[in-house]
Write a new protein. Structure first.
Length: 576
């Protein structure tokens, strides 16, 4: 359609005046020449101060077309087959439904004659066009065709063997135009970054290659094209090339690392492969540099616990342990502790597996088990380096535990982690490893257990009614049942319908004192130590979780999920 016709149409619809059309068209062309991919109508709606769906709704009425809300439409597989993947992605269009005698196709730019002709030719029959926002069409394409479907379509059309190569200092962008297999892997990483994912898992199955993202600690399956399994070998080989692995070795596990930039942000990706029955399973851990550096007051501690921690981390000697399962934020807490005490007067050395984030002014050593550099060996040599503070990534055996305790008793402050469910269990775990109780009691200054809970999306946060009987059943403080308010997120565009956005830790801090020490010396059970610590004022993970529920930060379900009470979660589902 000619520009003058578009100008008249938009003026008749009272969307854009002729003068605005002339001026904004020039601005849009300049933006496109500078690399912008925004459509003409998208530009107009933004300049007009209207949401794109509102702008297109008015235009649809003027054209006598239908406006489609793709979020409320379920598109069948048969309808999707009417338009090829190539045309759907190239022109950002999607078939919506098939009526007797015609196919309805949603588009966001009705003025592109090339688009309209391509769709009509591809459909092979009459087409009825409808309008929908470009962003909603793109989301629907990923949902129904799968991430990177157009890239795999190119691969299917290409009979030539795939050549794998890697570009140094690679910047990943959404519109990467490299070879198809390279482009597809880049798209997967791009999508994960956009979704705030911390991990990407490529999981081979008998007749499929499943790709899942971990967002805020929860796994979500990414929609993928059905033909993905055919390209499993090429995709995994590409990842191995990027991470410096041996692509010929498929029988043994391998580890690697990829450094990329996305939107100018440095992304460090740790790659792990293991052989499975149906091929190699690949896991990518995405670490965004700069996002870990939280100060102590930003970690979400209750004031009394924060004050206690500040006293502990400046002690001249002793051991401070952080416990919790993998992915519970232990490293973030330890880095925050180190950053808080880092100064010119203190020599701080760490040994980690791997070094997740580089801290300025701190000497960091990476464990290399393949050449004999273990936690124990590294720690032994660190003590000859005259450190004031030592951080050991994890105490996992008696030898490491013994050296750490000896270091604390000889004037070093030691930070480390243990895999236990709560703080009191750390003492019994060290004793079970073979450490004498008197050494544990005299060296450990404090143990902090933690979990990560998802925080409620601020954009769709809504008050929630919870029955008093249920709150009593799950152990919510009786005195606060009548006054507490509860919230949840029903889901919105900002949180991608999840109801949560971001995470925060809940804590349990046990500080060593003269009442706890005799229990450790007598090898008391963890439950006995826990009961005594609670009597002395320790707040458990559950209690700290309730504080954050009352503050409207997280939900009851989240606190129950991470504090191991699945039966209560089922009861909550029945309540609602």
């Amino acid at each position: 359609m000619a520009f003058n016709s578009i100008k008249t149409l938009l003026a008749d619809a009272e969307l854009v005046t002729p003068d605005q059309f002339t001026e904004w068209s020039k601005q849009w062309k300049v933006a496109v020449d500078s690399g912008s991919e925004e459509s003409l109508l998208g530009f107009f709606s933004r300049e007009r101060g209207l949401a794109e769906d509102q702008f297109l709704q008015t235009l649809a009425d003027q054209l006598d077309w239908q406006f489609v809300d793709l979020r409320k439409v379920n598109i069948s597989a048969e309808v999707r087959k009417r338009i090829s993947t190539k045309v759907a992605f190239q022109y950002t269009v999607i078939p919506v439904r098939e009526d007797p005698g015609s196919l309805q196709v949603a588009v966001s730019n009705p003025f592109d004659s090339g688009l309209l002709n391509a769709v009509q030719y591809d459909a092979g029959g009459p087409v009825e066009f409808a309008l929908a926002p470009k962003l909603e069409i793109e989301k629907a394409l990923k949902k129904y065709y799968g991430v990177g479907a157009e890239t795999l379509d190119e691969l299917e059309d290409d009979d030539e063997p795939i050549e794998l190569h890697i570009s140094e200092d690679k910047e990943i962008t959404e519109g990467d135009q490299e070879a198809s297999v390279i482009k597809f892997v880049n798209q997967i990483i791009w999508e994960a970054f956009q979704d705030r994912a911390t991990d990407i898992h490529f999981e081979p199955e008998e007749d499929d290659l499943r790709i899942r993202y971990r967002v805020d600690g929860i796994l979500h399956q990414a929609p993928m094209p059905p033909q993905l399994k055919r390209f499993q070998s090429a995709l995994i080989s590409r990842i191995k090339v990027m991470s410096g692995m041996d692509i010929a070795e498929k029988r043994l596990p391998q580890d690697g690392r990829i450094n990329v930039r996305i939107k100018g942000e440095e992304l460090d990706i740790r790659v792990s492969t293991v052989p499975t029955v149906y091929g190699e399973s690949v896991s990518l851990r995405l670490l965004t540099r700069g996002k870990i550096f939280l100060s102590l007051d930003k970690l979400g501690f209750q004031q009394v616990d924060e004050e206690a921690l500040r006293d502990i981390i400046v002690k001249p000697h002793g051991i401070m342990l952080v416990t919790g399962p993998t992915g519970s934020g232990k490293s973030t807490s330890l880095y925050a502790f180190l950053s808080s005490i880092n100064s010119v007067q203190k020599r701080i050395i760490t040994i980690e597996e791997p070094v997740e984030y580089e801290l300025k002014g701190i000497n960091q050593i990476a464990v290399r088990s393949d050449i004999g550099l273990t936690f124990a060996m590294g720690l032994r040599h660190i003590l000859r380096q005259d450190p004031n503070v030592v951080m050991v990534g994890e105490i996992r055996d008696m030898e490491t535990a013994e050296i750490a305790i000896r270091a604390s008793l000889t004037g070093h402050l030691v930070f480390s982690t243990l895999h236990t469910n709560d703080a009191p269990s750390a003492f019994t775990r060290l004793i079970d490893m073979g450490i004498e109780p008197f050494l544990v009691a005299s060296s450990v200054e404090a143990v902090m257990a933690q979990r990560l809970v998802r925080t409620i999306c601020e954009h769709c946060k809504t008050e929630q009614k919870v029955e008093a009987d249920y709150l009593r059943k799950i152990g919510f403080p009786e005195e606060e049942i009548g006054s507490a308010k509860f919230y949840y997120g029903p889901g919105c565009e900002e949180c991608r319908q999840l109801g949560y956005q971001g995470r925060l830790a809940i804590y349990e801090l046990l500080v060593m004192n003269e009442a706890i020490r005799p229990l450790i010396l007598s090898r008391a059970a963890a439950s006995t130590i826990s009961q005594r610590a609670i009597e002395l004022g320790m707040r458990t993970l559950r209690i700290d979780g309730w504080q954050k529920v009352k503050a409207g930060i997280t939900t009851i379900e989240e606190v129950l999920r991470v504090t191991q009470s699945e039966e209560h979660m089922g009861a909550l589902a029945e309540e609602s």
